[in-house]
Design a protein around this ligand. Structure first.
Ligand code: ZN
Ligand code: ZN
Length: 404
């Protein structure tokens, strides 16, 4: 397949290359060159007036979250959850997301099914279950009850693991199940009923063991953390991506680059939780927590941007709220220049996923994930918040997936 007469967008160098021909063979890009006057052939895509952007990458999603009630979701049949996940993955593709990282809930089987083409969807990176201490952000047992149903077939975002020995085994089990990273809950959260949002979770020793086991397996740890203390501690102990980080300040923002770590803000989830959370089943004790972190999110992104921290794109929406995913672009554009936001969702996301050069870039040898937009996304990144209007074409895995 060829995409003809298109303007190629290079987020890394903030460059636009006009009238290019992109050639794809199988799931790869094989050539990007100045186009010629040669007439279009059958199967060629006419990109005249359009901008070719590397496929968008969202590094914090929950594809198996059916509702905003994470405990309620654990009672659903796995088949039903999977069916919902496939519909959600298709929706993400419609919005231009051609690679996503699931931060808890999805397993390697789902990623494999997508790779095999059983259903259309983005490339999926999974961690399996997020690991949580008792009473931590991933402990979704009802208050007043202690039974746990951690059978891997039961849907759920988290899994309770306490102590260094158990942590070692749990990380090995996640690796065995095909995790491409390990997710740790390192502070309180919104959706968990029994913890404080500003509480720290897991001991240093437990985190060290997880990081050590993950690194031995050639993967890394991601840490859910809100407070400055939780963020700094996670970075110090070798956690490689910080999720949310809403309350971090300039001091913590300055730590990322030196640790080779990434910041993954998830701004849209707080906006939407405030608007729609209660209607979609978010428990009252969680609604009260939203206010505590909502305002901090934009400020934290500003600190990270000014400190030059590597920032990836994330959204973290649950259940029926996930359709708001593209609004993250508009929120970030309030704080960062358009090119910086675009890099988060392309080149930086690709580096975080360990796919620099194959994702997040339009170049020979890269994978065939390309979005065609109607405007230059470097200066109008906020328009990506309305994909129906802004995104004309999505090419995923070298094939035409969306055409409007
Ligand atoms: Zn989280
Ligand atoms: Zn999350």
């Amino acid at each position: 397949m060829n995409i003809r007469h298109v303007t190629v967008v290079d987020p890394e160098h903030e460059q636009l290359l006009g009238d290019r021909r992109i050639t794809l063979d199988g799931d790869r890009i094989t050539a990007v060159a100045a186009d010629t006057t040669e007439p279009l052939r059958a199967g060629d895509l006419d990109g005249t007036g359009l901008y070719a952007v590397p496929g968008l990458i969202d590094c914090h999603v929950h594809v198996t979250s059916v509702t905003a009630d994470e405990w309620g979701d654990t009672a659903l049949p796995p088949s039903y959850v999977t069916a919902h996940a496939l519909r959600e993955l298709r929706r993400m593709l419609d919005c231009g997301f051609t690679a996503v990282r699931d931060a808890g809930g999805a397993d390697a089987g789902l990623a494999e099914a997508l790779d095999e083409g059983i259903a259309p969807g983005p490339r999926l990176h999974v961690c399996g279950r997020a690991l949580s201490q008792t009473g931590g952000h991933g402990d979704l047992r009802p208050r007043g009850r202690l039974h746990a149903d951690d059978h891997p077939a039961v849907p759920g975002i988290g899994r309770v693991v306490d102590g260094t020995d158990a942590m070692r085994i749990a990380v090995r089990e996640q690796v065995r199940a095909g995790a491409s990273f390990i997710k740790l809950m390192l502070s309180g959260g919104i959706s968990s009923p029994t913890d404080r949002i500003d509480g720290a979770q897991y001991s240093d020793d437990e985190i060290r063991v997880a990081v050590e086991e993950a690194e031995r397996a050639g993967i890394y740890c991601a840490g859910h953390a809100y407070t400055p203390e939780a963020v700094a501690r996670a970075l110090r102990l070798g956690v490689r991506t910080i999720e949310h980080g809403n309350l971090l300040g300039p001091a913590e923002a300055a730590l990322f680059a030196g640790h080779g770590a990434y910041y993954v803000p998830t701004l849209v989830t707080y906006t939407v939780l405030a608007e729609e959370g209660p209607r979609f089943g978010l428990p009252p004790q969680s609604v009260a927590k939203v206010a505590a972190v909502a305002d901090g999110g934009l400020a934290a992104l500003g600190h990270a941007h000014r400190a030059g921290a590597p920032i990836a794109f994330g959204t973290d929406l649950l259940g029926q709220m996930r359709g708001h995913q593209p609004r993250e672009f508009a929120l970030r554009a309030r704080v960062q220049p358009g090119w910086a936001v675009l890099r988060s969702a392309t080149t930086t996301g690709a580096r975080l996923l360990g796919a620099a050069g194959t994702l997040g870039v339009i170049a020979p040898g890269a994978l065939g994930d390309i979005v065609l937009t109607r405007h230059d996304p470097g200066t109008h990144v906020e328009l990506l918040a309305d994909p129906e209007a802004e995104i004309a074409v999505v090419v995923s895995r070298g094939r035409l997936a969306v055409s409007r």
